[in-house]
Design a protein around this ligand. Structure first.
Ligand code: GAR
Length: 207
């Protein structure tokens, strides 16, 4: 059974999707061992507590350098013996050392079809605002491995979602979450935990 650490910063609806999938027995060979929040006020912490999951807060602004922040994260990850790290709306950038220590063991969910509307500065509602400003007719979500390039790692799963006329960033975010993120993330986690993801360069194959 693999230990999954989920890193969050906000509402935690993707965390909830993982918790629900776990309770339905759909995270084959995986269990959430801890939830680490970058924000002490994150509602995601309440969701974890309600389901009896261990929580910790590691906020970037409490540390003088990104190296110290990474060390604190590492300590929490090691204390829950994490085999897999999920970034579920985690809004801080991880340092290179942590990323290489957990190479191909960190998965992120991003609310657009990468390589569109991604990278530094594209997070949360800003992504959906950018999609609407551009006039795109289709957006979606991407679940990918994390490397040192923001939103640049190998893609595991993607799903397209229609942009509708009259959409606001909030209505578009809700549709992308409901139709894509909450389905793709538990699916990718389950595939990883069953050892069914094979990475070759930028390609991820399903075994
Ligand atoms: C989600 O839409 C997630 O894809 C996005 O933040 C939201 C978090 O919502 N992540 C990013 O933008 C990372 N680049 P949640 O806290 O309800 O899961």
């Amino acid at each position: 059974m693999l230990n999954i650490a989920v890193l969050v910063s906000g509402g935690g609806t993707n965390l909830q999707a993982l918790i629900d999938a776990g309770e339905r027995g759909e995270l084959q060979n995986g269990r959430i061992c801890c939830v680490i929040s970058g924000n002490p006020q994150a509602y995601a912490l309440e969701r974890a507590k309600r389901h009896g999951i261990k929580t910790a807060v590691v906020a970037r602004k409490s540390f003088a350098s990104s190296k110290e922040f990474d060390l604190a994260l590492l300590k929490e990850l090691e204390s829950c013996k994490a085999d897999l790290i999920i970034l579920a709306g985690f809004m801080s950038i991880l340092g290179g050392e942590l990323i290489s220590k957990y190479e191909n063991k960190i998965i992120n969910v991003h609310p657009s079809l990468i390589p569109a509307f991604c990278g530094r500065g594209f997070y949360g509602l800003k992504v959906h605002q950018a999609v609407l400003d551009y006039g795109a007719k289709v957006t979606g979500a991407t679940v990918h491995f994390v490397n040192s390039i923001p939103d640049g790692g190998a893609i595991i799963l993607q799903k397209a979602v229609a942009v509708e006329s009259g959409d606001t960033p909030e209505t578009l975010q809700k549709r992308v979450m409901e139709q894509a993120e909450w389905q793709l993330l538990p699916k990718a986690v389950s595939l990883f935990c069953q050892g069914r993801l094979k990475i070759e360069g930028r390609e991820v194959y399903l075994k």
